[in-house]
Structures are given as structure tokens and as C-alpha cells.
Write a protein that binds this ligand. Structure first.
Ligand SMILES: Cc1cc2nc3c(=O)[nH]c(=O)nc-3n(C[C@H](O)[C@H](O)[C@H](O)COP(=O)(O)OP(=O)(O)OC[C@H]3O[C@@H](n4cnc5c(N)ncnc54)[C@H](O)[C@@H]3O)c2cc1C
Length: 423
């Protein structure tokens, strides 16, 4: 085992997504001069997973996947030592040392876990076929783009949420027939109420998408140049050229010793983004901060959330005191010329009202007089206001909350509530 830098003050950052970059920026902005080691399990520059479908669709060039520039540029600007193709295998919080797959050991004083998440593949027969894809990484994007050059005529997308829907959009734009399937009974099962999902489903059907809900994929079988996809209870399989599995992601925590660092679905952090182990922080899709609505730890897998958390971690690692109190789930998906927005909790409510004029859909959910969730279709401009209302715990009657929000927002939320109440 090689050893490096045991005597100098080191900061180790595991993973190279946007959470990592924001942490590095914050460290340097706060005047921290310690040596920063950044560990990445691939050799690409920091990429934006959100843009992968745009690259596959041909809407952006390959270079646009990398919003922070090259690794060399980042290394020069922020004085960072990059360790690419160096997946971290062990984070030893007792010895304060990180060990990579190629045997490099780096001691650290403070460490950020920013390893993101990876797509889940269900443990079913045929799932590892070369005709089955996922969508998160640069490799995923290159793989699917190459597959599209073979001109598939029908594809299966499993998982009807943010990623699955973006894939449906790009396949339909390329003239490819699509079957969209989900074990859940409706689209956006976590973010949409069935009423809102029905509006979206209608639009998808109008765009020629076959929907298959409430049934699980049980087996995939290669057949000729394509795939047969079998669903529970159905004797007739879907016959497709390829399948993309988008049923969710799992936090990348394999290197974390769960006996030392508190974890649940992800790495548990406090408001300062610190774990239960002093000096070890986590941010981004791997970190479980607080859901402001429920007060419970929850991974909020959003780009802006990862950036805020990374920045907060960096400032605290630099010796400042900064907090990021938490977030609420906020899904904004633009597809097929429509916007779907799901905010907060749309499953648990004691009052619900909706407004639907055939073009704009707004559905609000209350618990004990507080707005706690919203679904919007093609009502993008209302989204920020509603989100603020949720976050500030605005009461159903804004009259009692004069002064809790800027005046313009206060008036806007009153107008939205009035429209929905009167619908
Ligand atoms: C198709 C798609 C669409 C999306 N759309 C939206 C959207 O519309 N809005 C939105 O807010 N968010 C969206 N997201 C989510 C958003 O991209 C993520 O929330 C964000 O990228 C998380 O950043 P991160 O830095 O935590 O993790 P990541 O970007 O996943 O970066 C983590 C990095 O760590 C590396 N790594 C993992 N394990 C190790 C290890 N052991 N050692 C070293 N390196 C390791 C990984 O390879 C990866 O490069 C979308 C995601 C996808 C895939």
C-alpha cells in the first residue's frame, strides 16, 4: 500500500459531482489553504447527470455535459489534487485514512462524502443483457446514444418518473414507439397525485406513448435482435429493441463503514452537513438531510440541493459556521412541451382543492391548515411562490400571515389559493 501526505493537513473529497465542486469553491473562498484531494471513480470531468438525456437526444454537444470545465482547469483554479479512476474503497474514520482501489492511502483531517447515487437494477432474469440500459453517467449516455444509431423502432422505459419521462420524450422525438411501464398505478408516483397524473397520462397517450401501470417487470429475454419483456400476470411479453430501467437510484455508500457512520438510505447529516463522526461531512445525492415538511431525514436528489449542501459543508470544513436547514422534495420536469411540478407531500393531506381549465392544472394539499403539497401542470410561474409558501409554513388564510412573506409573493399566493378554492 502506498502512503501519501501523512504529515500535511489534508482534505479528502470522495466523488466529483456538483456537491464536490461547490464544497471546493467554498473552502477556497473561505481562505482554506489545506491540500484538497479529490477522488473520482472515472476520468471524465465533473458532469451534470441532468444533461445526459439532452446529449442522447442530440440537443447539446458532448462538451456541454461538463459545466465546470476540464479537470485540469478545476485543478488549476482551485489548487486541487485530482485522483481520477480511483474509486474509494475504504473510509477508515478511526485512522482517518482513505484507501482507493489501486491501493493509494491518503490520510485526511476533514473529509466530504459526495459520491452521489447510482441507478438501481432490479434483480430479475435478463437484467444484465447488453440491450438493457440505465441513465445517469456519461457512459450511460454514450451507450444509449450509440444504441440509437441502430435505429430501434420500439423501446421499453421502466420507471415513470423524472428520468423515465425525459427518455420517453427523446425517443418519441426520434420517431420511436415507446412503452412506458411502472409498478405504480400512475405517472410520477412519488411526486404526483393520481388526479394530476391522469392529466399527464392523457397528454402522453395523445403523443403516442403506450402506458403500462400497476404491473412489475419479471423477466427480460434476448430474442433475435431485440428483447422480450415479461410482466407479472401477462402471458404476452412486450417485444422491444431495447429497454431503459429508471426505477430510482441508490446512494453510493459501499465504502462507508456503517458501524461508524450513521446511515439509513444515505449518509445521515446535521444542518452543518456533518455526520455523527466529527470532521466527516456528506453532501448531495448520497446525503440524507432534513425534509422540512416532515422533519425526517430524506435524500432530496436535486441538483440545487446538492450544490447548497456541498457549499454548506465546504464552509463548515473551512472553519466557518453555516447551516442548510433542509429542503422539500421539488420535482420540475419539462417534457413534450409541458411542465409538471410536484412540490412537498401530495399523499398525506386533510384538504385538497384543484383547478383545471383544460390548459392549466393546479392542485393544492393542506395538513392542519398549512399548505404542504402542490401539483402543477403548465403553471410554472406559480411554482416558486407555492414553494415559498410551503417553506415558510404559510397558513391557508394568508390574512393571518401578513408580513411572513414579501408582499408580491403574499398577493400571488392569495390569488392562487382563491382560484383553486373557487374552482
Ligand atoms: C437523467 C437525469 C435527470 C435529472 N433531472 C434533474 C432535474 O431536472 N432537476 C434536478 O434538480 N435534478 C435532476 N437530476 C438529479 C441531479 O443530477 C443530481 O441530484 C445531482 O447531480 C447530484 O449531484 P451529486 O454531486 O450529489 O452526485 P453525482 O452527480 O452523482 O456525482 C457523484 C460522483 O461521485 C463519483 N463516485 C461515486 N462513488 C465513488 C467512489 N467510491 N469513489 C470515487 N468517486 C465516486 C460518481 O462517479 C459521480 O461522478 C437528474 C438526474 C438524472 C440522472
Amino acid at each position: 500500500m502506498r502512503e501519501l501526505s501523512k504529515m500535511v493537513k489534508n482534505i479528502a473529497i470522495i466523488g466529483n459531482g456538483c456537491a464536490a465542486v461547490e464544497c471546493i469553491k467554498a473552502l477556497r473562498e473561505c481562505g482554506c489553504n489545506d491540500t484538497i484531494h479529490l477522488f473520482s471513480d472515472h476520468s471524465y470531468p465533473v458532469y451534470n447527470p441532468m444533461l445526459t438525456t439532452y446529449y442522447v437526444a442530440g440537443k447539446i454537444d458532448f462538451s456541454k455535459l461538463f459545466p465546470f470545465g476540464t479537470n485540469d482547469e478545476l485543478a488549476r483554479t482551485f489548487n486541487v489534487r485530482f485522483h481520477t479512476r480511483s474509486p474509494v474503497m475504504t473510509l477508515d474514520t478511526t485512522e482517518k485514512v482513505i484507501v482507493t482501489a489501486d491501493g493509494l492511502a491518503v490520510s485526511y483531517d476533514r473529509c466530504l462524502i459526495a459520491s452521489g447515487a447510482s441507478p438501481v437494477r432490479p434483480p430479475i432474469e435478463g437484467i444484465h443483457s447488453g440491450r438493457v440500459y440505465t441513465m445517469r453517467t456519461v457512459e450511460d449516455a454514450i451507450g444509449l446514444k450509440t444504441a440509437l444509431e441502430q435505429k430501434p423502432t420500439r423501446v421499453l422505459v421502466v420507471g415513470a418518473s423524472m428520468v423515465g419521462i425525459k427518455l420517453v420524450e427523446l425517443f418519441r422525438a426520434a420517431g420511436i414507439d415507446v412503452c412506458l411501464a411502472d409498478l405504480a398505478t400512475h405517472l410520477f408516483p412519488a411526486a404526483a397525485h393520481p388526479d394530476c397524473a391522469a392529466v399527464l397520462a392523457e397528454r402522453l397517450r395523445e403523443n403516442g406513448v403506450d402506458l403500462r401501470f400497476g404491473t412489475s417487470l419479471t423477466r427480460l429475454e434476448e430474442s433475435g435482435a431485440g428483447l422480450l419483456a415479461y410482466f407479472a400476470g401477462d402471458t404476452m411479453p412486450e417485444r422491444v429493441d431495447l429497454a431503459v430501467i429508471c426505477i430510482g437510484v441508490r446512494a453510493n455508500t459501499a465504502f462507508v463503514d456503517r458501524n461508524c457512520i450513521d446511515t439509513a438510505a444515505g449518509v445521515l447529516v446535521n444542518e452543518r452537513m456533518e455526520t455523527n463522526v466529527h470532521g466527516v461531512y456528506a453532501a448531495g445525492d448520497v446525503a440524507q438531510g432534513r425534509n422540512l415538511l416532515t422533519g425526517q431525514p430524506q435524500i432530496v436528489g436535486l441538483w440545487s440541493n446538492a450544490r447548497y449542501q456541498g457549499r454548506t459543508a465546504g464552509r463548515n470544513m473551512a472553519g466557518e459556521h453555516d447551516v442548510f436547514p433542509g429542503n422539500i422534495p421539488h420535482n420540475i420536469t419539462h417534457f413534450m412541451n409541458m411542465d409538471f411540478i410536484g412540490i412537498g407531500d401530495v399523499k398525506n393531506y386533510d384538504k385538497m382543492r384543484k383547478y383545471w381549465d383544460g390548459n392549466h392544472f393546479i392542485q393544492l394539499f393542506w395538513q392542519e391548515g398549512l399548505i404542504t403539497g402542490a401539483n402543477l401542470v403548465d403553471s410554472y410561474t406559480s411554482s416558486g411562490v407555492i414553494r415559498q409558501a410551503l417553506i415558510k409554513g404559510l397558513q391557508q388564510s394568508c390574512v393571518h400571515n401578513q408580513g411572513t412573506m414579501p408582499l408580491v409573493q403574499d398577493l400571488l399566493i392569495r390569488k392562487i389559493i382563491m382560484e383553486v378554492e373557487q374552482a
